[in-house]
Ligand binder design. Structure first.
Ligand SMILES: Nc1nc2c(ncn2[C@@H]2O[C@H](COP(=O)(O)OP(=O)(O)OP(=O)(O)O)[C@@H](O)[C@H]2O)c(=O)[nH]1
Ligand SMILES: [Mg+2]
Length: 464
């Protein structure tokens, strides 16, 4: 993007969603913003000089025809106290597509150009108002699907992650200063106690906290994107009935014919504020035909990506070879066994299932009668969500990009520790530490490539 456009021009976009709405907001940012406002905005008496951060009531007038297009509220925000740190003008017009399109056209004719997706936020980043973790938090905030996700994004937005990175960087700088002094005065590093101190500092002040942060990755992913939960079991045990019950709607076809569900069915619901993507699958068994075989392959694919498994067993019939085969496939995952159809005469009880399939807790239910379902939801919450997301600790959960950078940082620090312990040359140690420093800086957006920025900002909508 920035290879095409420079950042000293003026951009504009519709900041509200496209379509009909109560109001439409047109946002203009850049050095020509005020001049464009002067050209298009009319009021009596005319405004001599726009005050910053004040709302003006008036009309938008086509300067060529003199036609009044709309009644609007306009605000001018003088740089640098703005979202982009540039001059910003916002026009609140009526939210009809014809109205805001015509006003946008006038703004474009007056010298602005259409903003790229995320370009306002990219300018905020390039102008130093926010760092890259804060820019990412803005995307998260817009896209998050859970209440806890909002809290997490809000923490990032306030710069909590940046503060943490700064602490690590300053600890790293302290070690680097010492090591670099040793390049000039090599005799100093010989002292064993100093080596110990440096290793200790690297380990306790940087490496261990980074590892702890990395361990929160999964929690962060679930908070941001939701938990992937897959329902498996042999045919006819009640998987689709369970899906419908959890969704509280008749989403999947249920029938007494084994092999009813042939494709995967995916839906989402919210469990105490955490989004859950729930996937119903074809019953796992030796397939009867080609279509069923495809469905079963698909089910296995979903299983591989799952965060959590609901393994359904029919309590009204004895355990079968197929149940044992499925258990072998899922036993290393996190999950629960749902012992279904307890309204029917019992052929296998909870204790027997627990004994046969000891990796999972067993929750007896009757989906048909609705018994045990509340308990099941409670158990899912306890097991998956509470266990992963520590509610008492203030969470710093890296996203995938941060995770990669932190893993590389940890690797460089480990290398440096090995070299230090071996009494290797300070040049080599300093090299590793500089690499670690660069990786930390990359997280907050210092020395990152255009390709990474393009990737991040392209996830925004236009007008943000
Ligand atoms: N008695 C009783 N029947 C149930 C219960 N849950 C489901 N069923 C019945 O079991 C049959 C199979 O239910 P489904 O939900 O279609 O089972 P499934 O596991 O999705 O089956 P496939 O898609 O064929 O793999 C239907 O006739 C349901 O009405 C239950 O708790 N008690
Ligand atoms: Mg089914």
């Amino acid at each position: 993007m920035s290879s095409v456009h420079s950042f000293d021009d003026t951009i504009c976009a519709l900041a509200t969603p496209v379509g009909e709405g109560g109001i439409g907001i047109i946002k203009i940012s850049g050095s020509d913003a005020l001049q464009i406002a002067r050209r298009l905005f009319k009021r009596s008496p005319p405004v001599d000089s726009f005050e910053s951060h004040r709302l003006y009531y008036g009309t938008i007038v086509d300067p060529r025809s003199g036609a009044v297009l709309d009644e609007v509220l306009l605000s001018y925000m003088r740089a640098p106290r703005t979202y982009t740190r540039e001059d910003v003008v916002e026009i609140n017009c009526h939210g009809g597509p014809m109205v805001y399109k015509r006003i946008l056209d006038l703004v474009l004719e007056s010298g602005a150009r259409m903003a790229e997706p995320g370009e306002f936020t990219r300018r905020a980043f390039l102008n130093g108002r926010i760092d890259l973790t804060q820019a990412e938090a803005i995307i998260d905030l817009i896209k998050t699907k859970s209440e806890r996700g909002i809290e997490l994004a809000a923490q990032y937005l306030r710069g909590k992650f940046h503060d943490q990175i700064d602490k690590w960087r300053s600890a790293l700088t302290n070690v680097l200063v010492y090591i670099e002094a040793c390049i000039d005065f090599p005799e100093d590093i010989e002292e064993e106690t100093e080596t110990d101190r440096l290793v200790r500092d690297l380990q306790h002040k940087i490496l261990n906290p980074i590892k702890e942060t990395l361990s929160n990755y999964d929690s962060g992913r679930i908070l941001r994107e939701g938990l992937k939960m897959v329902i498996v079991g042999k045919p006819n045990v009640g998987k689709s009935s369970l899906l419908n019950a959890l969704l509280r709607e008749d989403r999947a076809i249920v029938s007494e014919i084994p092999g009813t569900t042939r494709d995967t069915i995916e839906e989402s619901f919210s469990l105490k504020g955490i989004p859950i993507h729930i996937i119903d699958t074809a019953g796992l068994r030796a397939p009867g035909d080609k279509v069923e075989a495809l469905g079963i392959t698909r089910a296995r694919g979903r299983l591989a990506e799952a965060d959590f498994v609901l393994f359904v067993i029919d309590g009204s019939m004895p355990l079968e070879k197929e149940d044992f085969e499925i258990y072998e496939e899922v036993k290393d995952k996190e999950g629960l066994i749902v012992l279904n159809k307890i309204d029917l005469p019992e052929k296998v009880n909870k204790a027997e299932v627990e004994k046969a399939f000891h990796s999972f807790p067993v929750v007896p239910v009757s989906v048909r009668e609705g018994t045990g379902l509340g308990n099941l939801e409670e158990q899912i919450f306890e097991q998956v969500i509470k266990a992963r997301i520590d509610y008492d600790r203030s969470l710093l959960a890296p996203n995938l990009r941060h995770k990669k950078c932190l893993e590389q940082t940890a690797e460089y620090i480990n290398n440096a520790i090995t070299l230090l312990r071996r009494g290797d040359s300070p040049e080599l140690i300093a090299f590793e530490l500089h690499q670690a420093m660069d990786k930390l800086s990359e997280i907050v957006g210092e020395n990152v490539g255009e390709d990474i920025l393009d990737h991040i900002f392209s996830q925004f909508c236009i007008g943000k």
